[in-house]
Design a protein around this ligand. Structure first.
Ligand SMILES: [Mn+2]
Length: 345
């Protein structure tokens, strides 16, 4: 199996692994979504196989200053080697990232777009967007990981991150699930697993480690009840979407505000956009402090990463960006009308 490297190589990764010594303390920082959690498990399994203990793992939300915040934590724990996965920290928090790189050995594995002004590309693997981070790490561990026993998890991540749109990745998923077709994928085993895990990540938003540990034990049983609860909520929202969505012809985007006690924003976005690949969507959810958006354009008719980035420009405390087909943004409530105007009209 191959992934398409834009920066770095498998050799860089293996060299970094070899540089980890007996007295090093190792941390993994990964995204708090399915792709991030799965890639974290694969990194831990690779370390384990190399006889390296993982001292600290954390699951991060994308936000400005994210590296600065976590750096304090790493310092307190005496961490010396850091893996970032599925997080484009070099673009979200470039200052925090560069500061951390001066203090510790940092290795980044990611598939989000590379910023144009990026200078130092050492200790870094970047692949094309369509190769999700879990797949990237899986391939890095090809000779090390027990492939047959983890196929289910990499397949769920391939589904959740849309990576199956690339034929080679779809065929890779099919090597574990020969019965999967493009049409039945969302109701196939990897599709269902992905939805179950995504439900659990919504429900245990403040305890991602719990989900991480269940997945590491390959225990999906415990997630079934939670999944039913979240699915019920999601279906209500999907029904309401079909009635209350707004269409903005200037940008050819469907807009909808999700109202729920659970933060099912990206879950609903993935589900609705996945069912109608021809259309473009912007979903909104009012969080505790910030208003969050999830944008989808399955066939990349609109570059949603660029649109979200431009949409938040100049707004204090806001950030936005991501992939062309799936992106996100966060703004302060007072900028809502201005943001909508920029993005939709
Ligand atoms: Mn990802």
């Amino acid at each position: 199996m191959n992934v398409e490297y834009l920066v770095g190589s498998k050799d860089d990764f293996l060299r970094f692994l070899d540089s980890i010594g007996l007295y090093d303390k190792v941390a993994v920082l990964t995204h708090n979504d399915l792709d991030g959690v799965a890639s974290g498990i694969f990194i831990e399994k690779i370390l384990e196989a190399k006889g390296i203990k993982l001292d600290y793992i954390n699951f991060l939300d994308i936000k400005i200053d994210m590296v600065k915040e976590i750096s304090i934590n790493l310092k307190e724990r005496g961490i010396t080697k850091v893996f970032f996965s599925d997080l484009n920290v070099e673009s979200i928090d470039p200052e925090g990232y560069e500061d951390l790189r001066r203090e510790k050995d940092v290795f980044l594995i990611d598939h989000h777009p590379i910023p144009e002004n990026l200078k130092d590309k050492s200790n870094m693997i970047k692949t094309i967007s369509e190769d999700c981070a879990a797949l990237d790490v899986f391939v890095l561990g090809e000779e090390i990981l027990d492939y047959p026993s983890w196929g289910w998890l990499v397949s769920a991540a391939i589904f959740a991150d849309y990576s199956f749109r690339l034929e080679k990745n779809f065929n890779f998923l099919k090597s574990f699930y020969p019965e999967a077709t493009f049409e039945n994928l969302s109701s196939s085993v990897p599709g269902l697993n992905a939805r179950k895990i995504s439900s659990a990540l919504v429900y245990y938003k403040n305890d991602v480690t719990h989900v991480y540990n269940l997945l590491k034990e390959r225990n999906l049983e415990e997630l079934s009840e939670i999944h039913e609860l979240i699915e019920e909520e999601v279906y209500k929202i999907v029904d309401d979407f079909s009635i209350h969505k707004e269409y903005f012809p200037e940008r050819d985007i469907y807009f909808y505000e999700i109202k729920s006690r659970f933060d099912v924003l990206s879950y609903v976005a993935t589900l609705i956009a996945g069912a109608d690949m021809e259309k473009n969507f912007l979903f909104m959810y009012r969080g505790k402090e910030m208003i969050k958006f999830s944008a989808r354009s399955s066939k990349s008719k609109i570059n949603m990463g660029e649109l979200m980035k431009k949409g938040v420009e100049g707004f204090p405390g806001a950030d936005g960006g991501g992939h062309s087909e799936a992106a996100a943004a966060k703004i302060m409530p007072e900028n809502l009308e201005a943001f909508k105007k920029r993005v939709l009209e």
